[in-house]
Design a protein around this ligand. Structure first.
Ligand code: HEC
Length: 207
């Protein structure tokens, strides 16, 4: 098989996944054949280099994922249900309209998928070794802990995913109390990973 034929098949597969459909191999081959015919019409020279699969992902750091996706999505979920007492009275905050529920749902989806991104092998904790706060491990130390057992790190990420899936189920059922409870589980899942990898000296006795 020519490298570009392989690439076309890979793209066919990826396209299928991106569209959420499973393209059977024979269809991918048919697709590559039609693309080959199409390509032949444009150019008689086939590309000679293919991108190796391992190089196809460009990963941002765990820190960037925390700041850019996980923290904002979790904050939005936590803020969506609350009982707020103030001198002017008690606000029972919760999504009410379909549009509000849909908005909260998007944050749950973002959080669920971010845990998949968090679990991808090869994602580094952060770039450089900036100064750390009291009780925090350095980037090198965090990285060492993750590298010692990536499976354990993934288990912590899936705890967060389980909690976020509970939030999604509550949102689908338009159940504010369920969403509040799931918010508590999300908080616990964040903390469990942080005390293991980021600031282990702050682990409370008995927890
Ligand atoms: C599977 C492990 C894991 C889970 C789960 C996790 N985190 Fe993190 N988080 C980390 C690690 C490791 C760091 C340290 C990276 C660093 O130095 O910023 C971090 C750092 C952070 C930071 C600091 C980013 C910065 O600017 O340095 C925030 C904010 C954060 N996490 C929020 C959250 C929230 C909110 C959740 C839950 C919704 C969560 N994290 C769940 C592993 C995790």
């Amino acid at each position: 098989m020519q490298p570009w034929e392989w690439l076309v098949q890979e793209v066919g597969h990826d396209l299928g996944y991106a569209l959420g459909v499973r393209i059977p191999k024979r269809h991918v081959q048919a697709l590559s054949l039609s693309l080959v015919i199409g390509m032949g019409a444009c150019s008689s020279k086939a590309p000679t280099t293919a991108v190796a699969p391992a190089q196809r992902f460009r990963l941002t750091t765990i820190q960037e994922l925390m700041e850019g996706q996980i923290d904002p999505a979790a904050d939005a979920l936590w803020a969506s249900v609350a009982i707020i007492q103030s001198p002017s009275g008690t606000e029972d905050r919760q999504p009410r309209t379909d549009a509000e529920w849909l908005g909260v749902r998007a944050h749950a989806i973002a959080l669920i998928e971010a845990t998949n991104l968090l679990s991808m092998p090869g994602r580094r904790v952060k770039s450089g070794d900036s100064p750390v706060g009291a009780g925090e491990l350095s980037a090198a130390e965090i990285q060492q802990r993750i590298d010692a057992s990536h499976d354990s790190f993934v288990r912590f990420a899936s705890l967060l995913q389980d909690a976020a899936l509970k939030a999604l189920a509550a949102i689908n059922a338009k159940d504010p109390q369920g969403l509040m409870d799931a918010g508590g589980l999300i908080d616990e899942a964040c903390e469990a990973c942080h005390v293991t990898y980021w600031y282990p000296s702050q682990r409370r006795s008995g927890s």
